[in-house]
Design a protein around this ligand. Structure first.
Ligand SMILES: [Fe+2]
Length: 606
C-alpha cells in the first residue's frame, strides 16, 4: 500500500510510505532552491514517486496534515470571543515582505495559491480550507498525470500528524508524546499524548491563542527577525543576553497545575488581528521593536534585545519543562517523543532530557511542518490501517546520485577534479590541515540540520574555524554557534551527557576541561548542539570522523549545512558545485571525487 503524505503552508514537503516503511521524504525547497518554499510540493512529489519507481496510478492514499472545518470553527470562536477587535483580520497589511495577508486580500488572490504562511492567521484560515478541497487535483497537476487514479484523500489532524511523525518512527514501543507548534488545524498549539504500539491517544490539548510557538514567533518578530523562520537564530542569540527581563517575562505564560498553560494576552495582538505582533503594553514596557535589518559587525544586535531573547528562551524552557514533567507524572513513562516546530528548540530538549524523570528521548529530525507530511502518511498506514511501524531509516530519505551523474556535473562545470581512493581518509587529512570542505555523500538528509550527507565541515580545534566559515561561506550572523558531529561512542568524553543525539536536536554543556580543545563548537555559554554519529546511522560519516580522530585525537568535526546564507541545503551535485564555486569553500568531496581551489592550498597540505 502506497501513501503519499503532503505538507504545505510553509516548509512544503512530500513523503511516500510503502506498507509502513518510509521510501522517500524531502522538502520542496531543496528542489526549487527557495528556502522554506510553501508552494505545492510538486518537485518533492515527483521525487517520491521516482524513488519508488511508481506513477500516481499506484498511490492508494494521499494524506494531508490539515482538517477542513475544525480550524474555521475554532477561528470563529476566537473571532467572537475577542470581537470587535478581531475585525482587524479583514485588513490587508503586507509590510515587511510577508507573503500572507488578511481575509479580503487572500480571497481576491486565489486563496493564497502563491504561498501563504501562518504569520497572518486571518488569510491563512481561508487558504488552508481551500487547500483541503484542491489537494487531489494539485497532486495530479504536480506530476502532470492525467490517467485514472485510485487514491483516497485523508485529512489528518495536524498535531496527530506531528505526533505520528515522532512516535511511529521512534524506537519506543510505548512513550509519552509531546507536540508543540504555532497552531494546528483545530487550533491546537500543544498536544500531550501517549503512544502505545500502533496507537496514539491524546491526553490534553492546548489551543490558540495560547501557544508557545506563537509566543516565540511573536517575540522573534519583535527582535527584528522573521517569525516562523528565524526562531533558531533567536535561540542562538539568547545566551548572549543577561537575565534582566526573566522575571517580567514570567508574566507572559501562566502555568497551571494540570499540565496546561495560558498566555497573558495583554502582551500580544495575535488573538485579535491575526498577526504575530506584540501589544502596545509590551512596547511600553520593553521599548520599540528592533527594525528588521540584517545583523552585521556594523549593525550588531543591541544588548537590550539579547536580554529579551534570553528571557524568551528562559520562559520557553520553563514552560517546556513544566509540560514534560506533568506528562511524565501522568503517564509514568520514561520515554518521550517530541515533534512540532518548537521541538526544534534543542536547548529546551536538552533540559527536558536532563532535568525531568524522562530517561529516553526521541526527536523527529524534521520536527516542523515538513515532517508532518511523514506523520500524516504514517497515521494512515499505522494508525488507521494497523500496518507495522517503520523499521528503517527516517533521516537520510532524500535523493542520491550516481557517480556518473556526479562526474558529468563536474565536467559540465569545467572544474578540475580527481577520484580519490579513500575519500574519508583524504577529507579527514585536508580538514585537519585547515581546509573547509563541502561533503556531499549518499541520500540527502531531511529536516533543517545537515547530518553528514550535505554538510560543510571544518576543524573544531581551530578557534578561527567559525569566523572563517562565516566569512568564506555561510555569511551568517556572527552570534550563531556552529555544531559538532561527534563519534557517538566518544561523546561522553566531551559533553555532560553521552545520550544519543543523531539528529542534532539536543544541546548539552561541553565539559569545562574540554572547552579549550574544541573552541569552534563551544557556544558562548559553554554549550553545543551535538550530533552523535554511530557507525549504524551513517557508516561513511563515522569513518570520516574516525579518520580525523586518528590524526588529531579529537573525535568530532564542525558540521554546518552546506549552503550559502539564506539558501536551502544543497541537494544535487550541480547545487553542490554551484555553492562551491560561488563561495570560498576550500574543497569539495562529492562522492569519491575531490575538487579544490588553487588558492586553498594551505601549508602542510599535500
Ligand atoms: Fe505544525
Amino acid at each position: 500500500m502506497y501513501v503519499l503524505g503532503i505538507s504545505r503552508v510553509h516548509d512544503a514537503a512530500a513523503a511516500l510510505v510503502r506498507d509502513g516503511e518510509i521510501i522517500a521524504f524531502a522538502e520542496e525547497e531543496r528542489f526549487t532552491r527557495v528556502k522554506h518554499d510553501g508552494r505545492f510540493p510538486s518537485r518533492a512529489v515527483e521525487f517520491c514517486l521516482n524513488q519508488a519507481g511508481i506513477t500516481l496510478a499506484e498511490v492508494d492514499h494521499v494524506a494531508f496534515y490539515w482538517q477542513r472545518w475544525r480550524e474555521a470553527v475554532h477561528a470563529a470562536t476566537v473571532f467572537a470571543r475577542y470581537f470587535p477587535k478581531t475585525l482587524a483580520v479583514f485588513r490587508n497589511e503586507r509590510d515587511g515582505g510577508e507573503k500572507s495577508a488578511g481575509w479580503v486580500d487572500t480571497w481576491r488572490h486565489g486563496g493564497g495559491s502563491g504561498g501563504v504562511d501562518d504569520f497572518h492567521i486571518g488569510g491563512a484560515v481561508l487558504a488552508h480550507i481551500k487547500r483541503t478541497y484542491t489537494i487531489g487535483r494539485e497532486v495530479r497537476d504536480a506530476v502532470g498525470y492525467t490517467g485514472p487514479t485510485k487514491f483516497k484523500v485523508h485529512l489528518i489532524d495536524h498535531h496527530r500528524s506531528h505526533a505520528a511523525s515522532a512516535f511511529y518512527v521512534s524506537p519506543f514501543d510505548s512513550a509519552a508524546v509531546l507536540t508543540l507548534d504555532g497552531i494546528g488545524s483545530d487550533g491546537t498549539s500543544t498536544c500531550l499524548a501517549v503512544g502505545e504500539g500502533n496507537k496514539i491517544t491524546d491526553l490534553k490539548r492546548i489551543k490558540y491563542p495560547h501557544s508557545l510557538g506563537a509566543m516565540y514567533a511573536i517575540v522573534t518578530g519583535y527582535l527584528g527577525f522573521y517569525p516562523t523562520v528565524d526562531e533558531g537564530k533567536v535561540m542562538g542569540l539568547a545566551p548572549l543576553g543577561k537575565d534582566t527581563y526573566v522575571e517580567q517575562f514570567d508574566d507572559l505564560v501562566q502555568l497551571d497545575n494540570d499540565g496546561g498553560y495560558e498566555l497573558d494576552l495583554s502582551w500580544f495582538t495575535h488573538h485579535t488581528n491575526g498577526r504575530h505582533m506584540v501589544s502596545r503594553k509590551f512596547i511600553d514596557t520593553f521599548g520599540p521593536p528592533r527594525p528588521r535589518t540584517r545583523v552585521t559587525a556594523e549593525n550588531p544586535v543591541p544588548q537590550h534585545y539579547m536580554d529579551i531573547a534570553y528571557a524568551l528562551q528562559a520562559t520557553l524552557e520553563k514552560a517546556g519543562l513544566h509540560l514534560a514533567k506533568w506528562l511524565q507524572a501522568r503517564t509514568g513513562m520514561t520515554k518521550l517523543a517530541v515533534a512540532g516546530g518548537v521541538a526544534l528548540n534543542s536547548v529546551m530538549n536538552g533540559r527536558i532530557l536532563l532535568e525531568t524523570p524522562f530517561e529516553e528521548f526521541f526527536a523527529q529530525p524534521a520536527s516542523a511542518d515538513d515532517g508532518a507530511s511523514v506523520g500524516a502518511a504514517l497515521e494512515v498506514t499505522v494508525g488507521r490501517h494497523g500496518l507495522p511501524r517503520p523499521t528503517d531509516g527516517f533521516t537520510y530519505t532524500g535523493p542520491e546520485f550516481t557517480e556518473a551523474r556526479m562526474e558529468k556535473a563536474l565536467v559540465d562545470a569545467g572544474v578540475e577534479y580527481r577520484r580519490v581512493d579513500d575519500i574519508a581518509a583524504h577529507t579527514a587529512a585536508e580538514i585537519a590541515a585547515g581546509k573547509i570542505v563541502g561533503w556531499v555523500q549518499g541520500r540527502m538528509e531531511c529536516g533543517p540540520r545537515a547530518l553528514g550527507n550535505r554538510s560543510l565541515l571544518a576543524d573544531p580545534r581551530d578557534p578561527e574555524s567559525k569566523t572563517r566559515m562565516n566569512e568564506k561561506v555561510k555569511h551568517r550572523e556572527a552570534f550563531r554557534p556552529f555544531a559538532p558531529s561527534c563519534l557517538a561512542e566518544r561523546a561522553g568524553e566531551y559533553f555532560v551527557s553521552d545520550y544519543p543525539s543523531p539528529v542534532m536536536l539536543l544541546v548539552f554543556d561541553v565539559l569545562e576541561h574540554q572547552r579549550e580543545k574544541v573552541p569552534a563548537i563551544t557556544h558562548v555559554d559553554g554549550t553545543a548542539r551535538v550530533q552523535t554519529v554511530s557507525r549504524t546511522d551513517n557508516p561513511l560519516y563515522h569513518e570520516l570522523i574516525s579518520r580525523f580522530d586518528e590524526l588529531t585525537g579529537v573525535p568530532m568535526l564542525v558540521n554546518t549545512s552546506f549552503n550559502d546564507n539564506n539558501e536551502p541545503i544543497v541537494c544535487t551535485p550541480e547545487d553542490a558545485i554551484a555553492c562551491y564555486l560561488k563561495t570560498d569553500v576550500d574543497a569539495l568531496a562529492l562522492g569519491p571525487f575531490w575538487v579544490q581551489k588553487p588558492g586553498a592550498e594551505l601549508e602542510g597540505n599535500k
